[in-house]
Write a protein that binds this ligand. Structure first.
Ligand SMILES: [Zn+2]
Length: 444
């Protein structure tokens, strides 16, 4: 009995945390916002090309493949405390609120533990002909860069996200840029997605130590930083992937692998007013008793990510998506994938700002035009087959890594007897190639 009460209690806390404010995605500092991390805003970044609309902006494009490299998201922990070593996360407490407990909690969601691999879907409701495809490895892991402490009694209980971020920055500016800030204090407010200077951050209180709740809670909050909404619905609107989160039935971002169409439970909405229909799909949002173990649901053991949710997470590491919260800037530097590459089979114009993790191959006779910013990983290359062209039209090709440069553009080897022809690489309208290791013949 006792166990039952406590599990309800934790469910209540989780419900409270999620239900109240994640959706709000608190906007911090509305005026004179200075961006820490600039995405390219050149006029040629229109995000309106066909390749963008039909391919690169779609979460389905990024659904992880079996042989893809794993990408690491860096997270930096900031803990606000009272002046003395009391309250949450005490140095000398080996019990519920001490550092060993915190370490145990953080270990469970980092370094390829429970943040990377998805559980299989299970649900309390059955829908005929619905089998969400299952992918085990999401290809994203989290890594903690550091845990910093701030003995600041006023900030220990503040509800002002901005005050917390500003203090961290004042202490050491580099800490804000080191990894996605995950800030703990004891405001007792609900955990929520926040942002500082254009980048994602999470602010949360964990009221009672419970590793299962804590893990689910943190995975869920970080899920919001990737642009995922709830599988349940917020009374206040927003924050739900079911309908209100730019993902209405049938739209590009709709999670058709989470919400079964023609769900009988929501076709009787007149009888069950808590489950309105989402015509024409007739999918339901999840609410007790019809729930699943989805990462973004409200259950304690929520570790299932659908393929499209995984795709959206990976998209957030490529594009500056999720309302401009630049999560991709917190990705750990890595070597470009030279085996599983992107192949360009038809002429494409890239008028969007993208962070790339793989080499790019432009097939024979095809032209790739870069009008915005394309940033490759360490030693990444763009390979041009015979007759392929690369035109940098007012845009930029560079690296997104801080500790190494990309390789450059590889052009086909010419026979000695071949006549001198013009370079397949062209820079026009102020286009630039920066931070490449190789020297490249460039035409205008
Ligand atoms: Zn939430």
């Amino acid at each position: 009995m006792k166990r039952k009460i406590s599990s309800y209690f934790f469910y209540f806390i989780l419900f409270f945390f999620c239900f109240h404010n994640i959706s709000a995605q608190r906007k911090v500092q509305t005026t004179e916002e200075v961006k820490l991390f600039e995405a390219s805003t050149s006029s040629s970044c229109g995000n309106s090309s066909d390749p963008y609309k039909k391919k690169y902006s779609r979460q389905s494009f990024y659904v992880p493949q079996k042989n893809d490299q794993v990408i690491t998201l860096k997270i930096t922990i900031h803990i606000f405390k009272p002046l003395n070593d009391s309250g949450k996360w005490q140095m000398n407490d080996n019990k519920v609120n001490g550092m060993p407990a915190l370490k145990f909690l953080l270990d469970s969601i980092t370094n390829g533990h429970q943040e990377r691999y998805s559980a299989k879907r299970s649900s309390s409701y059955k829908v005929e002909n619905f089998n969400s495809p299952y992918i085990h490895d999401s290809k994203i892991r989290y890594e903690i860069t550091n845990v910093y402490f701030y003995p600041e009694p006023a900030l220990y209980t503040t509800y002002s996200d901005f005050a917390l971020f500003e203090h961290i920055e004042k202490v050491d500016k580099s800490r804000i840029e080191e990894g996605m800030p995950l800030v703990f204090n004891n405001s007792t407010g609900p955990g929520h997605l926040s942002s500082y200077k254009g980048a994602s951050a999470i602010v949360t209180t964990i009221s009672s130590f419970d590793p299962v709740f804590g893990r689910s809670h943190l995975l869920h909050e970080i899920g919001h930083a990737f642009g995922l909404g709830h599988t349940y619905i917020n009374g206040t609107g927003g924050g739900s992937d079911w309908q209100n989160f730019n993902g209405a039935c049938g739209s590009d971002d709709y999670l058709s692998d989470v919400f079964p169409n023609n769900n009988p439970a929501c076709q009787h909405e007149r009888e069950a007013t808590t489950k309105p229909d989402n015509a024409p799909c007739f999918s339901c949002y999840e609410s007790t008793p019809d729930t699943s173990n989805n990462l973004m649901g409200g259950q304690r053991y929520n570790r299932w990510m659908s393929p499209l949710q995984m795709g959206r997470r990976l998209r957030a590491l490529h594009l500056n998506s999720n309302a401009g919260r630049n999560l991709r800037h917190f990705v750990k530097d890595m070597e470009s994938d030279h085996k599983n590459i992107w192949t360009i089979n038809e002429n494409e114009t890239w008028d969007f700002d993208i962070q790339v993790y793989k080499d790019i191959l432009v097939k024979a006779g095809i032209t790739l035009t870069i009008k915005c910013k394309t940033a490759l990983a360490i030693n990444g290359k763009i390979k041009l087959e015979s007759g392929a062209k690369l035109i940098v039209d007012g845009g930029e090709i560079t690296t997104w890594c801080k500790t190494g440069n990309w390789l450059g553009v590889e052009t086909p080897v010419k026979k000695k007897s071949a006549k001198i022809t013009e370079s397949p690489i062209k820079l026009i309208n102020g286009g630039t190639i920066n931070k490449a290791k190789m020297q490249m013949p460039v035409g205008k």
